[in-house]
Write a protein that binds this ligand. Structure first.
Ligand SMILES: Nc1ncnc2c1ncn2[C@@H]1O[C@H](COP(=O)(O)OP(=O)(O)OP(=O)(O)O)[C@@H](O)[C@H]1O
Ligand SMILES: [Mg+2]
Length: 457
């Protein structure tokens, strides 16, 4: 976009253009003039003006409906452009229609020069503000504050829909899923869609701190309660008051701390380390774990009472390999987030061969691994617009590469799929080969051959 002070003045009245164009130039604006619809169209197709002053009745036909149509087309092609409609007296109906279509403001002829300048100034200030918001949004997305959830596969949508239904209630939510499946992002989404959205979202990783530090991080401490406690510390339960506390990696919490957390959840009372009196807090709890809490609970490694307390509604996030159809969307999403790493600021694209390599990979680290891989590939691609398989860490040169790369990657992809299907069928059939062969529609002999080829015997 040109600097925010370039504007397009569209009017067939040469005297009007001369007077008001002159006035605006004097006020420091760059003014481009157009006298009819074709030249107006050519001008705003060539350049994205932040502001257009538009007469609706223009040659060649002077038809208002054609003018309104042109306005609609302009606004949908350049949504960032502000349009001020300038009309003759008695044109109220059309002016209102123009505003309904998205015109920013309107002026009626004869136009008071002072009013014109104020309206133009205000519209341009608005453009500047919108651009700043957009820039902030982009840098927020870069900093990892992007909370948009990408994905259309059935298992993912099922998880999101459950999250949306449970969000408005105050029920505790337990999010389970492998590492990097998006548990924290989903927890933030639940918070943002809850009635607590204006309150704090306070995350804490229960696996990252030793027990004593985690206790004082959660409950706070009073000055002097232990060596190094040089001042009072509120604790995260208190900080989350009126909002959501996100206990990440809850399965890593020690049994004695589990007792304290359970007590806090049941009574709403928080007792700081070294304090005499508890304080009341109002906190909604979301927890996450990559472990099987249900099994841990049965085996005695996690308190049963706390398990039922935090479970409320359990949402399972599928691993990336179970949402294969989302892979291209997610890859593109992460590539867009990395655009700022490119010398030209444009997001890199995936070559067909790279896309095939992504599809053939198993993604043990799920979305986190994919995000990292897209970042790395963006950097390695350098000036190249397209990412190639050699930019990916898992298609390194130690892998055999054939002379016809398209054919091998497709073959590899098919093979990986076949292998995965067989492994899963074997698991389902408890290792019974006859049943597995039946389930896959293979002869027993055919299955054995494949098992041998894939080293699954
Ligand atoms: N549906 C999604 N759409 C777009 N980006 C996503 C989605 N889910 C997760 N992400 C991104 O993937 C990355 C990993 O997500 P997140 O940290 O939420 O996963 P996690 O399950 O908490 O991982 P870990 O187990 O490693 O803590 C983040 O950068 C997150 O923004
Ligand atoms: Mg996490």
């Amino acid at each position: 976009m040109p600097a925010p002070h370039a504007l397009l003045l569209v009017d067939d009245d040469a005297a009007f253009r001369k007077v008001y164009g002159g006035l605006l130039r004097e006020a420091g604006y760059e003014v481009v003039e157009a006298a009819d619809r074709p030249s107006a169209r050519a001008a705003f197709e060539a350049r994205a003006f932040p502001l257009v002053l538009l007469d609706l009745m223009l040659p060649p036909d002077g038809s208002v409906s054609a003018g309104l149509e042109g306005l609609g087309a302009l606004l949908s092609a350049r949504p960032g452009t502000k349009v001020i409609v300038v009309s003759g007296a008695g044109d109220t109906r059309h002016t209102l229609e123009a505003v309904r279509l998205g015109a920013y403001d309107f002026l009626t002829k004869p136009v008071d020069p002072d009013v014109l300048l104020v309206v133009v100034q205000r519209a341009l200030a608005r453009v500047t503000l919108e651009r700043q918001v957009e820039a902030l949004r982009t840098s927020l997305a870069r900093a990892g504050g992007d909370t948009s959830l990408v994905g259309q596969s059935a298992p993912f949508l099922a998880a999101v829909s459950l999250a949306e239904r449970v969000a408005p209630s105050d029920l505790p939510v337990l999010i389970t899923g492998e590492n990097g499946t998006g548990k924290e992002l989903l927890a933030r989404t639940v918070h943002l869609k809850s009635r607590r959205h204006a309150g704090p979202f306070v995350p804490i990783n229960c696996g990252a701190l030793p027990e004593s530090l985690l206790e004082s991080a959660l409950f706070g401490h009073v000055k002097g309660s232990f060596t190094g406690a040089t001042k009072d510390h509120r604790g995260l339960f208190a900080e989350a008051d009126g909002g959501t506390l996100f206990l990440d990696e809850l399965g890593d919490m020690t049994p004695s701390l589990q007792v304290k957390v359970l007590r806090a959840l049941e009574t709403g009372d928080i007792l700081s380390v070294g304090a005499d009196l508890p304080v009341k807090v109002d906190v909604r709890l979301i927890s996450a774990t990559h472990r099987d809490l249900g099994r841990m609970q049965q085996e005695g490694a996690f308190r049963e009472d706390l398990y039922w307390r935090v479970k409320g509604v359990e949402i399972r996030l599928p691993p990336l390999r179970e949402r294969a159809s989302d892979l291209p969307l997610l890859a593109k999403h992460f590539l867009n987030q990395c655009a700022h790493l490119c010398p030209d600021g444009r997001a890199r694209l995936l070559s067909d061969a790279a896309a095939e390599a992504l599809a053939a990979h198993a993604w043990p680290g799920n979305l986190r691994e994919l995000r990292h891989e897209m970042q790395r590939a963006t950097v390695l691609a350098g000036e190249r617009r397209e990412i190639q398989p050699e930019d990916l860490s898992f298609t390194g040169s130690e892998r055999p590469r054939a002379s016809a790369p398209g054919a091998t990657t497709l073959a590899r992809k098919v093979e990986a799929l076949e292998r995965r299907e067989i492994e899963e069928a074997l698991k389902r059939c408890g290792g019974n080969r006859t049943h597995t062969a039946e389930a896959l529609g293979l002869s027993r002999q055919g299955l054995l051959k494949k098992l041998e080829r894939f080293g699954l015997t």
